[in-house]
Design a protein around this ligand. Structure first.
Ligand SMILES: [Zn+2]
Ligand SMILES: [Zn+2]
Length: 385
């Protein structure tokens, strides 16, 4: 047995395919499509073709060519984000024409000459902060994800709703073998939640936490709050009761609240000795839920704002926030450390992302996936190119 292993290792090391990749890489490639030799070939992709409501098409696009600082990722799974739906309706910044999709997992197919510590065949996930300038206040203080020049993957540059995507090598995070590609495609929202809730808002053992909105962000924050030692209530609309609130219970929520039938503020007060929540995560973006979020907060409580309203101006109970001396943290995007912490927790099985995936569809059924998300029939839709 020992000598056989040696032979296999030797053959991998000595293998020089047409594009100098390892043989293991070939299994996920489509017939006849290998690294360098097919440059310029086309691939099918989900593309936002111009500004405005709609204008998303499934069409032929040239296969991306990498620069010397980039890697080419063969996309194994790409998850549909709430912001993809907002981009579809032009309610979120976007720079078309571009291939959509920023939540992905895959395998490196090609490596640029100046990319260090990466090789073809590596299982990876990637940050989305392309085009950060590297020389502004934010970049120089370790926050390139909020650089004004940033053009995120699938939003400002071509993304991953396709067979291949080109990504700067420095944005890649290695994906442990034990994490499957489908659940790994949810690493981006996981990193956003770690950054927003754990790193920026802060949560303590024993805290009473209200999660407002049991979508993917809410259900990930629920698990992070549980891992941090909090008591967690999750509130959602009656529409979400059957699927999402039920899933919240399965993922460890201490209490669930159907906001269509029950008084959320009273339930939170009851669970917190009459004070209100130490931390509220507002992950719905719904006007009534935003109001309830502030009302549920205790004095000097912390509100972690994650839900997009899709409107130019949202109503906020300003005076309630003042007289509670509320600490409000608005959150978007993710830090390098948020990614590393998230992947570690996923590997240690402290977080379950697979349980959020309700639909796995081939890429050409993207529209079905978008519609299921919008209708509230899906939690996470993962597309397979
Ligand atoms: Zn996302
Ligand atoms: Zn910058």
């Amino acid at each position: 047995m020992k000598s056989l292993k040696l032979v296999v290792l030797y053959s991998i090391k000595s293998y020089k395919g047409p594009d100098h990749t390892f043989p293991g890489v070939e299994q996920w490639r489509i017939e006849g499509e290998t690294g360098g030799e097919n440059k310029g070939k086309n691939m099918k992709a989900v593309v936002k073709i111009k500004k405005g409501k709609g204008f998303v098409e499934y069409k032929e696009m040239p296969r991306p060519q990498i620069t010397e600082d980039e890697v080419l990722i063969g996309v194994k799974a790409v998850s549909v984000c709430g912001s993809d739906i907002h981009i579809y309706h032009d309610e979120h910044p976007n720079w078309p024409p571009m291939i959509m999709g920023h939540e992905l997992s895959g395998v490196i197919a090609e490596v640029g000459s100046r990319v260090k510590n990466r090789k073809t065949g590596d299982r990876v996930v990637t940050e989305t902060r392309t085009k950060s300038c590297g020389i502004c206040l934010y970049c120089e203080t370790g926050k390139p994800h909020i650089c004004p020049d940033k053009r995120p993957l699938g939003i400002g540059v071509d993304g991953a709703m396709a067979k291949y995507v080109a990504v700067p090598g420095k944005l890649i995070h290695r994906l442990p073998e034990t994490i499957g590609f489908v659940e790994a495609s949810l690493c981006e929202p996981l990193a956003v939640c770690v950054h927003g809730l754990i790193e920026r808002t802060g949560i303590n053992a024993g805290d009473t936490v209200l999660i407002s909105g049991p979508g993917p962000i809410g259900l990930i924050c629920l698990q992070l709050a549980k891992a941090a030692g909090a008591y967690v209530l999750v509130a959602g609309t009656s529409r979400s009761a059957d699927l999402k609130l039920k899933r919240a219970m399965e993922l460890g929520a201490d209490e669930i609240i159907d906001a269509g039938k029950e008084n959320v503020v009273e339930r939170v007060k009851k669970a917190s000795g009459g004070y209100g929540a130490d931390v509220v995560v507002e992950a719905s973006g719904a006007p009534l839920a935003i109001k309830t979020a502030f009302e549920s907060l205790r004095r000097q409580g912390k509100l972690c704002a994650m839900g997009i309203t899709g409107k130019p101006a949202a109503e906020m109970p300003w005076d309630t926030a003042i007289f509670k001396a509320a600490q409000v943290t608005f959150c978007f995007s993710s830090s390098w450390s948020g990614w590393e912490t998230g992947i570690k927790m996923l590997e240690r099985k402290q977080i379950n992302l697979a349980k959020l995936v309700t639909h796995e569809l081939p890429l050409e059924k993207w529209k079905e996936g978008f519609e299921a998300m919008e209708a509230g029939k899906a939690i996470k839709v993962v597309l397979i190119p």
